[in-house]
Design a protein. Sequence first.
Length: 283
Amino acid sequence: MQRDEVYVVDLWHILLREWAWFLAGLLAVLIAVFAFSHSARRQWEATAYIQIGQVPALSGTDPKVEPLARVLERLQLVPFQNHVLANIGIKEDAPEARLYRKSVKLDPLPYAGPLVKFSVRGWSPEQARQFAEATVAELQIVHQALMAKPLELTQARLNDVDADLKAAEATRNQLEQTAKPGSARDAQEQGVASMLLTATDAQIRDLRQTRGDLSIRLTHNYTYQTSLMWPVYVPQGPVFPNLTLIWGIGILFGLSLGAFAAIARNALRRRQVATVSFNQTTA
């Protein structure tokens, strides 16, 4: 009875017998990998960490100039990306523009600021860095426009509070003179002045607290522009093509193809031998 199983020893004998076919399959794949690795255009990847700006906000509200989800959506919008490319002199249908659009990768870091990890590729380290910096610059322009109104309203509110505080302090000085026991005012007028002085003191405390809150919100710790947390990072070597990965897969595929070619050739040879033997027997 003929065995249908193929053992390792049998496979080794087949490879030795059909070594030319095995080597041909392996060399075909290696030549293809070599040609691809030398013809494929190199790509470098730049990584930037974007800190979303903050505006003076009421207590209990999000101080971010734009929510994280909206920032992620904006960075992927084609009109936004077209503005970025136009700012660095690249046409919308240029090969560089297609590379920029398809290589944009976003990784939100909501518990770190929040931050947005932004990655983009270019055909040189300088171009990849330029893409990343131009994207952040365009986002800064958009966010500066969004921050303008809240900053203006907060500053106007602070100016009003300062004016009210100065007026209240002037009124308190007048009331202190009126309510002073040694003044020439009558007792009733001094009593009214004392009551008004107490209310004015409470108003001054509230105004000072409000001014302090507004001043703190306008400091750089609470109000700041969208910016890069760290400089844009570009590795020295290209990210595509990955020669180690390509050659590893190529060698494995070449060995598999070579073994398949050798086994197929061996099966064809055995069929031919069997056919000749059958013809001789019947003759």
